[in-house]
Design a protein around this ligand. Structure first.
Ligand SMILES: Nc1ncnc2c1ncn2[C@@H]1O[C@H](COP(=O)(O)OP(=O)(O)O)[C@@H](O)[C@H]1O
Ligand SMILES: [Mg+2]
Length: 482
């Protein structure tokens, strides 16, 4: 039962009814702070729809290209064969079944076709929760589809916090705090002394998760009122976790650092500390986490954040180190090694670069760019750092983010990147978008003159590789896509 969400539920119902009765499609972003009820509203909307595809963003996977799409499409992977060959190939590559560079838009188009195919038999809801943590490659594919919905009978709902997943171009529905009367109804069934009830209402300020937690804590919300309410809930969870036995706290930290809820991985890491499944029992009893089969879920992402942030830095690093040592994939290993690194480390940076290359092959350009940036941050040698920033610039350009690509190219140049031609290409593509072919050509000519003024010999000029770029500018427009 949801209190005080009649208008919001009516809007979602009308979207879904439109898909069911008139095959109208629609997309909407539910936006609001942690604990405000985004997931609850998504679940309520999904309740009456026979076909729901779900994906929930997890911070730990936000750097893994198409991790989200894997989650979303796993239940319908048998439908890929029915897609046009190019689209099926794009999805198979995104899902890691095959390799091969794919165009930036092919994956999004394939998602759209697949959703439309599924909707032949009735309305389809695609529910993307915690979209602020969904990896960029998946988010771009989903947004590509969402922006082109028409009359397929598909509804795409996204839920996101204020920070992240912005600039989608989709209509948004903001979830506000519950009104006082609805918050009172929320607490009506709970046995609380009148003064405690009043205090919970005041401190929770209409945030449903805060109402739940502060009431459960017996009306003793932490004395940190100037903090935003979500932070106060976080502190309340930290207090609760601090009251658990040491081993249970350690298990929760490992689970939070692991981030995907993959039990085999977290148990392997736990083993190195001499803790295990039995140590989770108390946290399960307190409903902080639930374990089902091979997966663990935190009841709310703020509990995971509390377990992680409440631990000391030394413990967090030890947890990531153990997770890296027992990782089941090179991408996970790279991520945990990076989280455990206290200082630049070429070995760790090289692992990240390999992860970036794997993302590139699957057309996860934005993800690959982010990994290259992270690799650059952890690279000790200036020249290698500049090269990785240069690679990040090119990939950011391929991801279609011009301003960011230009900034990265400038940064790489300042560090003395050797690939001047590659960087010139980034600048030229940005100039091409802004001012057309003349601007791009002028920029390349300026650069060529600048380079050759201090590299007078022919051989060096050829090294710069500027001539092919110039030729290309004159024969074909520089493309910002692949
Ligand atoms: N309007 C509401 N009425 C009753 N319970 C609610 C309402 N909104 C949220 N809740 C409950 O509050 C908790 C936090 O909501 P959740 O949907 O997880 O928030 P979010 O996804 O925005 O972080 C959940 O236990 C949820 O069931
Ligand atoms: Mg949620």
């Amino acid at each position: 039962m949801l209190y005080g969400r009649n208008d919001e539920q009516a809007r979602l119902t009308s979207l879904i009814d439109g898909a069911r009765e008139q095959r109208r499609s629609g997309a909407l972003v539910l936006r609001g702070e942690a604990g405000i009820g985004k997931s609850a509203l998504l679940a309520a909307a999904a309740a009456g729809v026979p076909r729901v595809l779900r994906v929930t963003g997890v911070a730990a996977e936000s750097g893994i290209a198409f991790a989200g799409l894997n989650q979303l499409l796993w239940p319908v992977r048998d439908r890929l064969d029915a897609l046009p060959p190019a689209q099926s190939a794009a999805l198979r590559s995104a899902l890691g079944e095959t390799s091969g560079e794919q165009g930036r838009f092919a994956t999004g188009l394939a998602v759209l076709t697949l959703l439309a195919d599924l909707a032949e038999d009735g309305p389809v809801l695609c529910a993307a929760d915690d979209a602020h943590w969904i990896d960029t490659a998946t988010a771009e594919a989903l947004l590509f589809a969402a922006r082109r919905l028409a009359a397929e009978g598909v509804v795409m709902l996204f839920a996101a916090r204020d920070e992240g997943f912005t600039g989608t171009g989709l209509p948004e529905l903001r979830l506000d705090r519950l009104a006082r009367c609805d918050a009172e109804l929320f607490l009506a069934g709970r046995e609380l002394a009148p003064t405690v009830r009043e205090r919970v209402l005041r401190e929770a300020a209409g945030n449903p998760l805060a109402l739940q937690e502060f009431a459960a804590a017996g009306g003793r919300p932490p004395e940190t009122s100037p903090l935003p309410v979500a932070d106060r809930v976080l502190v309340s969870f930290q207090d609760q976790i601090a009251g658990l036995p040491e081993n249970a706290q350690l298990m929760l930290l490992i689970a939070a650092a692991e981030g995907r809820g993959h039990m085999p991985s977290l148990l392997a890491a736990a083993d190195t500390f001499g803790v295990g499944l039995a140590d989770l029992e108390e946290a399960e009893r307190a409903r902080l986490v639930a374990v089902a089969g091979r997966s663990l879920t935190f009841r709310h992402p703020l509990i995971s954040a509390a377990a992680y942030q409440g631990a000391t830095a030394a413990r967090r690093i030890a947890a990531h180190q153990a997770l890296a040592d027992s990782a089941d994939s090179p991408d996970c290993r790279a991520r945990h090694r990076a989280s455990a690194a206290l200082a630049p480390d070429e070995d760790v940076a090289a692992d990240l670069q390999e992860a970036a290359e794997r993302a590139r092959v699957r057309a996860g350009h934005a993800t690959a760019a982010a990994l290259y940036r992270q690799a650059a941050d952890l690279t000790p040698a200036r020249e290698a750092r500049a090269a990785r920033l240069g690679a990040a610039a090119s990939l950011t350009l391929q991801a279609g983010r011009l301003d960011e690509a230009g900034d990265l190219a400038v940064h790489a140049e300042k560090l003395g990147a050797a690939d001047l031609a590659g960087l010139a290409r980034v600048h030229a593509a940005v100039a091409y978008e802004r001012g057309g072919p003349p601007a791009a050509a002028r920029l390349l000519l300026d650069r060529l003159l600048f380079y050759t003024s201090y590299a007078a010999d022919e051989e060096r000029r050829d090294d710069l590789g500027a001539s092919p770029i110039l030729t290309k500018t004159h024969t074909a427009p520089l493309s910002t896509t692949t």
